[in-house]
Design a protein around this ligand. Structure first.
Ligand SMILES: *Cc1c(COP(=O)(O)O)cnc(C)c1O
Length: 483
């Protein structure tokens, strides 16, 4: 420490002497000596934090103080240093992955982790993750097996496809399919489907990465079968159909159905890859089909139309873990299995076990066990009753607290502009602004994310687990008192 201080003083005298007006060199040297040792500072930090994190935060606070002194500022007091280091610890804690309450009414919020997992999926993760498993071990033969077998059978059976494969996410699924089936050849795609899904997933870029050559046909709003026919030739590797999941082209539009494309592709001996994105398995499996689902394509429909590969996400309408699922013709899936890219995209045992138990809920006709569907199918009346009872328990406030009709949305790049009738808890006008109230909810423990509309704070309990209603009430009570 002494030698370090000595070096610092030397540095400071040579470099800063004539530039620093605020303190003299001698003063700065004495200020530097007043900085406490790392051990003393870390010992004074909240004991709830891990010792290694406390030491790191103390070091950082001391480094900042040293820099400030060198820049001619006064040394902070010990208490100020403790505050700085505690702030560093706090900020770190917030950056770590932690749960929060989603009161936005956006069911598959990509920034908030998309689909919550079912109790069954969590149990499966616990059981498989806590120990060893038959991840790549065939229990019937007593020898090496494949991790790709586990969910494949259920996926094929649910989607009526010949075969299935699971990778890390749908972006990887599309990349794998293009690379394995159309690398070095042309993949034909409609200009109306050259889309960007959030998070930098852009079809043209994915195609470029795959090594397939993009062959655009048609126009943004209208593409006809003849456009595909004219583009097909010996250079064609595949036809790609992409569902524009997060936007809609309306008005004077035309596109070619999957069935027609499959027929065209097969008459030329090439595969049709259909990226349907959202992972609605089938309408029948949902039972009472809600009208907000609109024309959202289902996996079974795409398979039935004859697509050789259908790709979709595990954590959108399927309601499972993050995964990319490919189902389709056995011959095409077999080609994907031979791709070296598959090794780079492989899923881990916890994902596979969560996916397995999510699929089991579909197999058993119990999709209500899947949180996404439980939330999505909850009636507006039920949400309203919960919102009213929450509102009734809030402390006195000048703001108008009302329960009003409104809409939840699926989000996460699925069912564009879906509007699910719901009941909203609306608070306005808010003293200090809705933004301040939303900010107070955000830093509350547990964190609550709400939305702001027309200057009012809006909470949609559809996306809140009913067990968390009381925690939301407490957070809101605190935030209102602060405002
Ligand atoms: C969401 C989506 C993707 C990306 O899926 P991830 O699982 O997020 O990688 C790709 N294509 C379509 C059509 C989508 O809707």
């Amino acid at each position: 420490m002494i030698s370090r201080t000595g070096r610092l003083i030397g540095y400071l005298q040579h470099n800063y002497n004539d530039r620093m007006a605020k303190t003299t060199a001698a003063e700065r040297a004495s200020e530097l000596r007043s900085i406490p040792q790392v051990d003393r500072l870390s010992g004074a930090l909240p004991q709830a934090a891990l010792p290694t994190l406390r030491v790191a935060a103390a070091r950082k606070a001391i480094a900042q103080a040293t820099e400030a002194i060198l820049a001619g500022h006064q040394a902070p007091s010990f208490d100020e240093l403790v505050d700085t280091a505690t702030g560093i610890l706090d900020a770190q804690r917030k950056r770590r992955l932690r749960p929060l309450v989603n009161a936005t009414g956006v069911l598959l919020h990509t920034n908030l982790g998309r689909a919550p997992l079912s109790e069954d999926a969590l149990t499966a993760i616990q059981e498989v993750g806590a120990g060893y498993s038959n991840l790549e071990f065939d229990l019937t033969k007593g020898k090496r097996g494949s991790r790709y077998e586990h969910s494949a059978e259920m996926l094929a059976s649910l989607t009526r496809a010949e075969s299935a494969l699971v990778v890390n996410n749908n972006a990887a699924a599309v990349l794998l399919a293009l690379a394995a089936l159309a690398r070095g050849k042309e993949a034909i795609i409609s200009r109306g489907e050259l889309i960007e899904i959030g998070g930098e997933f852009r079809i043209p870029e994915i195609m470029a990465e795959s090594g397939a050559i993009m062959r655009e046909v048609g126009t943004t709003n209208r593409t006809h079968l003849k456009d595909y026919v004219n583009a097909i030739g010996p250079q064609t590797g595949a036809i790609l159909k992409v569902h524009p999941s997060n936007y809609e082209v309306t008005g004077f539009t035309a596109s070619v159905s999957g069935g027609e494309l499959a027929e065209l592709a097969h008459s030329h001996g090439i595969p049709l890859i259909s990226d349907i994105g959202s992972g609605l398995v089938s309408r029948q499996l949902i039972g009472r089909v809600p009208s907000w689902l609109g024309k959202e394509p289902a996996v079974v429909e795409a398979v039935e139309e004859g697509a050789d590969i259908v790709t979709f996400s595990g954590d959108k309408l399927l309601g499972g873990p993050q995964a990319g699922i490919l189902v389709g013709r056995a011959e095409s899936i077999a080609k994907l299995r031979r791709s070296p890219l598959l090794r780079a995209f492989r899923t881990d045992k916890t994902t596979l076990s969560a996916l397995d138990s999510t699929l089991a809920a579909y197999m058993n006709g119990e999709i209500i066990r899947i949180p996404f569907w439980r939330m999505a199918l909850m009636s507006a009346d039920e949400v309203q009753a919960r919102a009213q009872s929450l509102a009734a328990g809030l402390p006195e406030t000048d703001a108008a607290v009302e329960v009003v009709p409104g809409f939840s949305t699926t989000g996460g790049g699925s069912v564009p502009s879906s509007r699910i009738p719901t009941a909203l808890l609306r608070i306005r006008p808010v003293a200090g602004g809705a933004q301040a109230l939303a900010g107070a909810l955000l830093i509350h423990d547990p964190h609550v994310v709400a939305r702001i509309e027309d200057g009012g704070l809006i909470l949609d309990l559809r996306t809140v687990h009913p067990d968390d209603d009381s925690a939301v009430a407490a957070a809101l009570g605190d935030a209102l008192k602060k405002a």
